[in-house]
Design a binder for this molecule. Structure first.
Ligand code: NAD
Ligand code: MG
Length: 399
C-alpha cells in the first residue's frame, strides 16, 4: 500500500478511457487523487467530473467551452481553475506535483501533451497509441532521456507487459522471447462479404461485438487499422521487430495477447473485455486493485477460437506492416491520412472500403524522410492530412 495518494492527471477525461479511468479511481479514494482533467468540448460531462473529483485544473479546447464550464462550476461551488487551449493542456501534463498522467486523448492531438509528460519524467499511462505510432523514435527517446515510466493501457500491450518477464530489458533474445502474438477480435465485419463493405454505415462500424469504445477507434477496429497501429505500438514499446509480431484473430476477446518463449511456452493474459482491467493494472502497478470487472466465466464462454487475418479483407493491416518496415515519416503519414479518412467515413462523405485507398494515396504522394525530430513528424502529419482531404473530396459521395 502506498503511503501518499497518487496524484493523477487525466487527459481526455470525458472519453471512453477517461470515464473508465475515473470509475477505477472512484473505487480507491485512499490511493488516488485527481489533480487535473481535460476534454475537448463535452463540457457538461467534464463539469460533472469536476464536481465529483475536485481537480485543481480543468482544461478545455476553446475559450467558449471554458466560459461554459466556468459558469457551470460556479453554480456548483467547485473551486477548479478552468483553462483553455493547447498550452494549458501541455501545462497540466507536466504539473510539478503530478505522479501519473493518463494519456487518453484520441489521435494526433494527444502527441504534444503526452510528450510534455515524458519530458517532465512522469509515469505515463498510455492509451493514446496514435502518439507513439506517429513519433515512435522521438517519443521513446524522451521517455528514456527523462527517466519517465511508460505503462501500456491498450489491452493487448498491457497483456504483453504482464506476460513478459518482470525485468524485461527490451531485448527479446536475452529474455528468451521468440514472438509476440497480438490478438484481434476481427471487428464487426469479420464475416461480411467483401463486396458489401462499400455500403456499411458508421452505425454498423461502431457496433463492436465485444468492446464499447470511442467512435474513431471503433472504425479503426472495423478496418483493422487499430491492429495495425497496435503492431507499430508493440514494436516501439517492447523493441520487437515486425516479423516477430503475429496478429491472430480471436473473436471472443478473452485472451488479450500472448508472449511465446524459446522453449515453446506461451504466456497469455486473459480477462473480460473491460478496459478497467488494464487501467487498474497500470494505475496500481506493481500492486493489484479491485477494478469493478466481473470475474471471467470460462464455462459460460465455452470455447476460444482463433484464425489468421485476411489481408485482402483488411488492407489497413497490411499498410501498417508496410509503413513499419519503411520507418521514417511513413507511420506519421499513415496515421494522419487514416484520421482524415475515418472522420470522412463517420460524416458519411467516404465509403468504408475507400479508407485504405485514401491512406495509400497519402503514402504515395509524400516524400519519405527520416523522422528523428518532432518538426519532421508534424510536417509529415500536416502534408498527409492535406493529401488525404483532397483524396476524400475527389471520391466524396454526392450530398
Ligand atoms: P473517445 O473519443 O471516447 O475520447 C477521446 C477524448 O479525447 C475525449 O475526452 C475528448 O474530449 C478528447 N479529445 C478529442 N479530440 C481532442 C483534441 N483535438 N484535443 C484535446 N482533446 C481531445 O476516445 P477513446 O475511445 O477513449 O480513446 C482514447 C484513446 O485511447 C485513443 O487513442 C484510443 O485509440 C485509445 N484506446 C481506447 C480504447 C477503448 O476501449 N476506448 C482501448 C485501447 C486504446
Ligand atoms: Mg487494443
Amino acid at each position: 500500500m502506498t503511503t501518499r495518494r497518487q496524484r493523477l492527471v487525466v487527459l481526455g477525461a470525458t472519453g471512453s478511457i477517461g470515464v473508465s479511468t475515473l470509475d477505477v479511481v472512484s473505487r480507491h479514494p485512499d490511493r488516488f487523487e485527481v489533480l487535473a482533467l481535460s476534454a475537448q468540448n463535452r463540457v457538461d460531462r467534464l463539469a460533472e467530473q469536476c464536481g465529483r473529483f475536485k481537480p485543481r485544473f480543468a482544461v478545455v479546447g476553446s475559450a467558449a467551452a471554458a466560459e461554459r464550464l466556468a459558469s457551470l462550476l460556479r453554480r456548483s461551488d467547485c473551486e477548479t481553475t478552468v483553462l483553455a487551449g493547447a498550452e494549458a493542456l501541455e501545462g497540466i501534463a507536466c504539473l510539478a506535483d503530478a505522479d501519473a498522467v493518463m494519456a487518453a486523448i484520441v489521435g494526433a492531438a494527444g502527441l504534444r501533451p503526452t510528450l510534455a509528460a515524458a519530458r517532465a519524467g512522469k509515469k505515463i499511462l498510455l492509451a493514446n497509441k496514435e502518439a507513439l505510432v506517429m513519433a515512435g523514435p522521438v517519443f521513446m527517446a524522451e521517455i528514456q532521456r527523462n527517466n519517465a515510466i511508460l505503462l501500456p493501457i491498450d489491452s493487448e500491450h498491457n497483456a504483453i507487459y504482464q506476460s513478459l518477464p518482470r525485468d524485461y530489458s527490451c531485448d527479446l533474445s536475452s529474455s528468451g522471447v521468440r514472438r509476440i502474438l497480438l490478438t484481434a477480435s476481427g471487428g464487426p465485419f469479420r464475416r461480411t462479404p467483401v463486396s458489401d463493405l462499400a455500403h456499411v454505415t458508421p452505425e454498423q462500424a461502431c457496433a463492436h461485438p465485444n468492446w464499447a469504445m470511442g467512435r474513431k477507434i471503433s472504425v479503426d477496429s472495423a478496418t483493422m487499422m487499430n491492429k495495425g497501429l497496435e503492431v507499430i505500438e508493440a514494436h516501439w514499446l517492447f523493441n520487437v521487430p515486425p516479423e516477430r509480431i503475429e496478429v491472430v484473430i480471436h473473436p471472443q476477446s478473452v485472451i488479450h495477447s500472448m508472449v511465446e518463449y524459446a522453449d515453446g511456452s506461451v504466456i497469455a493474459q486473459l480477462g473480460n473485455p473491460d478496459m478497467r482491467t488494464p487501467i487498474a493494472h497500470a494505475l496500481a502497478h506493481p500492486d493489484r486493485i479491485e477494478a469493478g470487472v466481473a470475474p471471467l466465466d470460462l464455462c459460460r464462454i465455452g470455447s476460444l477460437d482463433f484464425e489468421r487475418p485476411d489481408m485482402d479483407r483488411f488492407p489497413c493491416l497490411r499498410l501498417a506492416y508496410e509503413v513499419l518496415a519503411r520507418g521514417g515519416n511513413a507511420p506519421a503519414v499513415l496515421n494522419a491520412a487514416n484520421e482524415i479518412a475515418v472522420e470522412a467515413f463517420l460524416e458519411r462523405r467516404l465509403a468504408f472500403d475507400l479508407i485504405p485507398i485514401v491512406i495509400e494515396q497519402a503514402l504515395r504522394n509524400t516524400a519519405w524522410m527520416k523522422a528523428d525530430n518532432l518538426d519532421i513528424v508534424m510536417e509529415a502529419d500536416a502534408a498527409a492530412r492535406k493529401i488525404a482531404r483532397k483524396a476524400v473530396d475527389a471520391r466524396a459521395r454526392p450530398a
